[in-house]
Design a protein around this ligand. Structure first.
Ligand code: GDP
Ligand code: IMO
Ligand code: MG
Length: 429
């Protein structure tokens, strides 16, 4: 039996999910985006050529693979078209092998305006969103007023519903946020060309996936964002608006948990976060500079500098539980090359009570939390591009083994560089 794979971020996103999805999709039939939208930025580097995907599943660089953007994703038609065209420039043609769920909610211009206006109004307390309209689009879905992909099939109905929704948004944009209104006719006019382009891709993707399961076709489910950006389990309110943990894959596709055979949690060998919110192991010193430069830690979607810190094993253990992680994949091991010593946060201390904290939960009073570290020797050798475990420096092996012993999950994949080929597999997926 083929084993389906779910790939999820265990931190605050940007763990290197895209690269791993690309590697693991080589032998798959389908690759599926399940939640989030074009707030994601998944980077692939193949033969020195870099491609960043926001909405299109990362495995589609393999030409025999079929891509699915499932019902849990919020879809901006213009972002989708732009990305299809970008891929065509790279001679990657996907129009005939990409399906879009008919029940996925749409992101339209008013969502983006609202996202940006809200952030502006929040000022110092802003979430630091990607400004892609993600939050407002998911609000529409939950409020049962969203326009969905299926609405693109009936222009008259689309026009009527759009007029009403735009009216609702303009009331808030103008009266409360003091912004200019949007024009529903202009939105409709801009939308029409993209409807023609994506019309044939619109499908019942849940049915497609269940047919694939029946036919024993291998499926890779591609998570976006990371566990601590999850709307329920993350560092609320500094989170995204979808379930980035395992449940998001099931509700976001209509595929139940018994079909997820391997759940791979991706963690960087250190931590990063882009946007605002709690980050217990954050660094502001020369180590931050090291991670930033050597790891090129700038957002793939917005170009913002990512905040950096040591690996936080307290939150990693929580992510393992939240997602039923069966394998870990440690990425960016090479970024630790040259560091004299390396730290892992194994507990927190509440400085107001001196209490030792061994678990993270979403209502921790983050302000008072200080990380407690274990320190290990670093290595002065290059791991960049190493392809076998045996060839890693013994300090690097010990570091990986410590991650296994703390989390009680095997490290089955190690990524040693941005290229597709910079990878070590210790398990045959
Ligand atoms: P994603 O959102 O989880 O897919 O991750 P991003 O693509 O936003 O960010 C990960 C960044 O690290 C990208 O620039 C990747 O090319 C890069 N990357 C992935 N794996 C490795 C690795 O093992 N080593 C190094 N140096 N870079 C990596
Ligand atoms: P990938 O899939 C890192 C962050 C934003 C912000 C918060 C809310 O590439 O790992 P949103 O626009 O979603 O309402 O922003 O979530 N964020 C990400 N951070 N990687 C991502 O995706 C992210 N997607 C959203 O920076 O803090
Ligand atoms: Mg990213």
């Amino acid at each position: 039996m083929n084993k389906n794979i779910a790939i999820l971020g265990t931190q605050w996103g940007d763990e290197g999910k895209g690269k791993i999805v690309d590697c693991l999709t080589k032998d798959a039939a389908y690759v599926v985006r399940c939640q989030g939208g074009h707030n994601a930025g998944h980077t692939l580097v193949v033969n020195g050529e870099k491609i960043i995907l926001h909405l299109i599943p990362s495995g589609l660089l393999h030409e025999n693979v079929i891509g699915v953007i499932a019902n849990g994703v919020v879809i901006s038609p213009s972002a989708l078209i732009e990305e299809i065209k970008m891929l065509e420039k790279h001679k990657i043609f996907i129009k005939n092998r990409l399906y879009i769920s008919n029940s996925a909610p749409l992101i339209l211009k008013y969502h983006i305006k609202m996202d940006i206006a809200r952030e502006k109004k929040l000022g110092f307390h802003a979430i630091g969103t990607t400004g892609r309209g993600i939050g407002p689009a998911y609000e529409d879905k939950i409020a049962r007023r969203a326009l969905r992909v299926s609405d693109l099939k009936d222009e008259k109905r689309l026009s009527e519903r759009l007029e009403k929704i735009v009216d609702y948004y303009n009331h808030q944009l103008v009266s409360f946020y003091k912004q200019k209104p949007v024009d529903y006719k202009k939105i409709l006019k801009d939308l029409l060309p993209s409807i023609d382009l994506i019309q044939d891709m619109i499908q019942d993707t849940t049915h497609i996936l269940h047919t694939a399961i029946k036919d024993n076709k291998k499926i890779v489910f591609e998570g976006a964002q990371g566990s601590f950006l999850d709307i329920d389990h993350g560092t609320y309110p500094y989170v995204t608006s979808s379930n980035t943990t395992i449940g998001g894959i099931c509700s976001g596709t209509g595929v139940g948990p018994k079909h997820l055979h391997c759940i791979i949690g991706i963690t960087k060998a250190y931590s990063t976060r882009v946007g605002n919110g709690p980050f217990p192991t954050e660094l502001f010193n020369n180590i931050d500079e090291h991670f930033s430069k050597k790891g090129n830690e700038f957002g793939s979607t917005t170009g913002r500098k990512r905040r950096t810190g040591w690996l936080d094993a307290v939150s990693l253990c929580r992510a393992v539980k939240l997602n039923s992680v069966s394998s870990l994949c440690v990425t960016k091991l090479d970024v630790l090359d040259g560091l004299k010593e390396i730290k892992i946060c194994t507990s927190y201390k509440d400085v107001s009570t001196s209490e030792k904290i061994l678990t993270v939960n979403t209502i921790n009073h983050w302000k008072n939390i200080k990380p407690i570290y274990e320190t290990y020797p670093g290595w002065n050798k290059k791991t960049l591009g190493i392809k076998t475990f045996e060839n890693l420096p013994c300090e690097a092996k010990n570091y990986l083994k410590r991650i296994e012993s703390i989390t009680k999950v095997p490290v089955d994949i190690i990524s040693t560089g941005p290229e597709r080929s910079d990878i070590i597999f210790l398990n045959n997926f």
